[in-house]
Design a protein around this ligand. Structure first.
Ligand SMILES: Nc1ncnc2c1ncn2[C@@H]1O[C@H](COP(=O)(O)O)[C@@H](OP(=O)(O)O)[C@H]1O
Ligand SMILES: [Mg+2]
Length: 267
């Protein structure tokens, strides 16, 4: 039986889905990357859906792999999650592209619980990010420590999408004296901020709630800054699941990075 508390359950779910993904990867190999992506997405999604239905039958679920997941609900009859008090926001396989590439470890499983009664602005009551190929799970049930500050004089290391980096980031990096660190998966990038491998993660131009919910729950549990790139709070379980940009960083970097982002956001 899985653990009872929501935090520990999220940790368990993400870890088990991650083990399943490692098995799918080992069994299928990398000869057909497109088929491997589909098999991984489906296996992790079905596992999460089944276990959530079994152990949290009255909670709603928003999963990237649901047919209508990307739909924006403007009035009318929305899905149960819109009025639900508790919604699991899951990305069964974040960094699908990297999962299909041999040897890469920058892909993740995201499991977050949004709760209407949570007091934080993002209302994420629990979260877990499994990094199966890195053999670790970051989760709110084992609050990660705040990352160590790098030695003085070290350039700011800025994690950025490998495949869809925001166009303005090269100029922004020049402005603040940062180096860009391309990496796959929002979860893997935020995990790299949590463990101090990089100092910040900036994304813009498109993403959905499931791409950031679980990693943001873990990052804020560690005391890190997480917001939209204009400084507004990240909010979840909205009628439109698009959440196209974010900044996650050490708190001492939030003000200078938001200031540098301000002109780009307005542009
Ligand atoms: N412009 C965009 N529009 C929609 N989704 C985007 C996006 N840029 C990144 N993402 C999503 O954010 C996640 C991390 O992206 P990246 O690895 O490029 O940093 C990926 O999730 P999935 O792998 O779950 O699809 C990717 O699809
Ligand atoms: Mg994703």
């Amino acid at each position: 039986m899985p653990p009872e508390s929501d935090d520990a359950f999220a940790h368990w779910l993400a870890g088990r889905a991650g083990e399943l993904l490692l098995q799918v990867r080992a069994a299928r190999g990398h000869a057909d990357p497109a088929a491997l992506k589909v098999a991984g997405d489906r296996a992790a999604h079905e596992f999460l859906r089944t276990e959530l239905a079994r152990h949290r039958p009255t909670d709603a679920v928003l999963s990237e792999e649901d047919d209508d997941a990307r739909r924006s609900w403007n009035g009318g009859d929305g899905p149960a999650r819109i009025t639900a008090d508790r919604v699991w926001i899951v990305d069964p396989l974040d960094g699908t592209r990297e999962f299909s590439e041999e040897g890469r470890a920058d892909w993740a499983v995201h499991v977050a619980l949004w709760s209407r009664s949570a007091t934080s602005t993002h209302r994420l009551a629990a979260g877990a990010v499994a990094l199966p190929a890195q053999h670790r799970v970051l989760a709110t049930d084992s609050a990660p420590p705040y990352p160590p500050a790098p030695p003085d004089g070290t350039a700011v290391r800025l994690a950025v999408s490998r495949s869809r980096p925001p166009a303005f980031l090269t100029a922004l990096a020049d402005e603040v004296g940062a180096v860009l660190v391309p990496m796959g998966s929002a979860g893997a990038k935020i995990a790299a901020v949590v463990d101090g491998t990089v100092d910040a993660y900036i994304h813009a131009g498109g993403q959905y709630e499931w791409d950031s919910a679980a990693p943001v729950a873990v990052a804020t549990a560690a005391g890190l800054h997480a917001s939209r790139i204009d400084g507004a709070p990240l909010t979840y379980n909205r009628t439109d699941p698009k959440l196209p940009d974010l900044l996650v960083c050490r708190t001492d970097l939030a003000a200078p990075l938001l200031a540098a982002l301000q002109s780009r956001v307005a542009a």
